[in-house]
Design a binder for this molecule. Structure first.
Ligand SMILES: [Zn+2]
Length: 298
């Protein structure tokens, strides 16, 4: 029979804290922190150690008495993510322990980085100290480091009026009457809807208007899951519809059918709003709804 392991629980605690003297080098570093500055000490070889040490770890030689202000920003040289902070940790939310080489320093300092999530941090990330408002001369006078601001969110809202050109006005006047007006290019014979004055393919003028039927075929479509003021519900379907007799499709809503049943080649017809409610706008077409005809091979 294996015997139970012998276990003793211990707590090491110095009530009131364990006081020790800092010596001139660390003492200067902590005093500068209390003043909101970070300093390093220069070694005999000219390197800047941050945090400062009394002896150069590379040579064992005593450091000089020259203190150099560094940072306050620095670069992350390595880091480890802490998903579940513990009681003694500087942050109560997930954070990183990182080695940070402050600008002007030759060695790196260990401190916490409040990056929000691990994906926001990489070797080379620039970080800045966030200072405590009441400083006492302790490494925690820097609450933590925070990533450099690299992006801002600006509210965007633009109001504008669009004056429609002659050809679009002609088209919308047609829509007000319940017809789609197109134009046939006299040289290349392509039929464009909405009506336009010049042929985009050959550049020739299009003088004559042409009334097109309000039936057509869905060539491509998209199921949209974000609300849009022009759409009646979410999800809604927007589609390119090739009106019968036209050579280029026009974009419109598709309705009267569950979004997942919409397909390429589906035959549709415009559903117009009642005559008394019509204006010079595409809002006259509530949407295109399936006609029930067999699909068209595209
Ligand atoms: Zn043409």
């Amino acid at each position: 029979m294996p015997s139970e392991p012998l276990v003793a629980e211990h707590i090491l605690e110095f009530p009131g804290g364990y006081a020790r003297t800092t010596g001139p080098v660390i003492g200067r570093f902590l005093t500068e922190l209390r003043g909101g500055r970070i300093v390093g000490v220069r070694t005999a070889e000219g390197k800047v150690l941050v945090p400062p040490l009394e002896y150069d770890p590379a040579s064992g030689e005593a450091v000089t008495e020259e203190f150099v202000e560094v940072g306050p920003a620095g670069t992350v040289t390595a880091w480890a993510w802490v998903d579940e902070p513990r009681g003694g940790h500087p942050l109560d939310r997930p954070f990183a322990w990182a080695t940070i080489k402050l600008d002007g320093a030759d060695t790196a300092l260990v401190h916490a980085v409040d990056a929000g999530n691990a994906k926001a941090l990489r070797i080379g990330s620039r970080v800045w100290p966030v200072w405590r408002s009441e400083r006492t001369g302790h490494i925690t006078d820097i609450s933590y480091f925070a990533p450099e601001v690299t992006k801002i969110v600006s509210p965007v809202r633009a109001e504008y009026r669009l004056q429609v050109g002659g050809s679009l006005l002609t088209f919308l006047e047609g829509v007000e009457r319940g017809v789609f007006l197109g134009g046939r290019c006299p040289s290349c014979e392509k039929v464009y809807v909405p009506y336009r004055v010049f042929c985009p393919a050959c550049g020739g003028p299009i003088a004559d208007q042409l009334e097109l039927p309000d039936t057509g075929t869905i060539t491509t479509y998209a199921i949209n899951n974000l609300p849009d003021p022009r759409a009646p519900e979410v999800p809604f379907v927007s589609a390119y519809i090739l009106l019968d007799g036209a050579d280029i499709p026009m974009i419109a809503l598709v309705g009267g059918v569950p979004a997942h049943e919409v397909r390429q080649g589906m035959r549709v017809r415009a559903e117009w709003v009642p005559e008394g409610e019509r204006t010079k706008s595409m809002a006259n077409v509530r949407w295109f709804a399936p006609t029930g005809e067999p699909d068209v091979e595209l």
